[in-house]
Design a protein around this ligand. Structure first.
Ligand code: GTP
Ligand code: MG
Ligand code: NA
Length: 328
């Protein structure tokens, strides 16, 4: 999450090795995105930190949200889907209007977050250390760069303080939970990306393993309704909890009433690819959370984005589920 143009999509591009941002109209994100990062890729990307992080989580599903002021509803929806957020702040601009709006959403839902203090490569005289851990990159910098960095960092910490939040550089942060961690990053040259990924994984390891084991109830949100050549009208969803199967009977909220249909195909982009970008799809017989999924089925034309998807189990009361689906 974060203010427009702080580099949210570019950070994901840097991790994925993709170019999604340059394909966006006006360089502005206008939809929620979702990308699956397998643990293997993350391990590879963090190995220089030698943290030897045990990865008992299968991977991370990362959701991208727009920062433009007109998309408050999408930021709200995005923040409602996540277990932890990355709040991206432009080091040259500090906290901005939608940074604060995002902060308030996170506070409201009591969502944990990490601050990515992005665009460090724009500090005057920055020496590129491609994809290096941030402390290593910092050591390569001149005194002047270090002074400017510390000055801007202090300003940002003060601005967070004004919002009632304690923040600190992650490697100085001794009270995780009380004090939020800041990771300096560059989405262009990749400094700090290993650190950001490692923090996410360590957090997931600590918090998610238990939760993943116990949540079987389907929790699934419709992001987009899209016509795709060869598939008809499809819905892009984020499956937050539970399992979906090909052939499952589902109910979604429609403009003209509840839509009851059957999942014809469960499609995902390849790992490390963005769901909102057209590409090749993988077919699945069943999918476990968390995943960004394209669902094909009949009759989805009037589905309302932002609502929940329900699965009708063998012992469920369809009429009741139809009512619940329309309450969204
Ligand atoms: P919205 O989704 O529209 O809110 O923007 P965003 O936060 O996703 O930012 P985006 O990735 O679109 O990047 C905005 C601009 O900043 C682009 O021109 C990027 O190339 C540039 N940019 C992003 N990250 C960095 C960075 O770390 N360093 C530098 N120098 N430029 C960056
Ligand atoms: Mg973006
Ligand atoms: Na942008």
């Amino acid at each position: 999450m974060g203010h427009v143009d702080t580099g949210k999509t570019k950070l994901l591009d840097c991790i994925r090795g993709t170019n999604v941002q340059e394909g966006e109209a006006g360089g502005i994100t206008q939809q929620i995105g979702a990308t699956y990062f397998p643990a293997e890729n993350i391990r590879e990307r963090t190995k220089e930190l030698k943290a030897d992080a045990k990865l008992n989580v299968p991977g991370l599903l990362v959701i991208d949200t727009p920062g433009h002021e007109s998309f408050t509803n999408l930021r709200s929806r995005g923040s409602g889907l996540c277990d932890i957020a990355i709040l991206v702040v432009d080091i040259m601009h500090g906290l901005e209007q939608q940074t604060i709006e995002s902060l308030n959403l996170l506070k409201m839902r009591n969502t944990d977050f990490i601050v990515a203090l992005n665009k460090v490569d724009r500090l005057y005289g920055w020496k590129t250390c491609r994809n290096a851990p941030i402390t290593k990159a910092m050591k390569q910098q001149s005194k002047d760069v270090q002074i400017e960095f510390n000055m801007r960092l202090t300003q940002v910490i003060t601005q967070f303080k004004e919002q009632g939040l304690n923040t600190e550089l992650y490697y100085k942060n001794k009270e995780m939970g009380e004090t939020f961690s800041i990771v300096p990053t560059s989405a262009i040259s990749g400094e700090g990306i290993p650190d950001l990924l490692l923090l996410l994984i360590q957090w997931a390891q600590k918090t998610m393993v238990k939760r993943l084991t116990y949540s079987n109830e389907v929790q699934c949100t419709v992001l987009e309704v899209k016509v795709v050549e060869g598939h008809g009208t499809t819905i892009d969803v984020v499956l937050v909890n539970g399992v979906l199967h090909e052939g499952d009977q589902i109910v979604v909220c429609g403009l003209q009433g509840p839509i009851v249909t059957t999942i014809r195909a469960l499609l995902t982009p390849h790992p490390m690819k963005e769901l909102r970008v057209k590409g090749a799809y993988l077919h699945h017989k069943e999918i476990k959370a968390a995943q960004g999924i394209k669902i094909t089925a009949q009759g989805l034309e009037h589905t309302i984005a932002g609502t929940s998807l329900y699965v009708v189990g063998p012992h469920d009361d369809l009429e009741h589920i139809k009512e619940v689906a329309m309450e969204d």
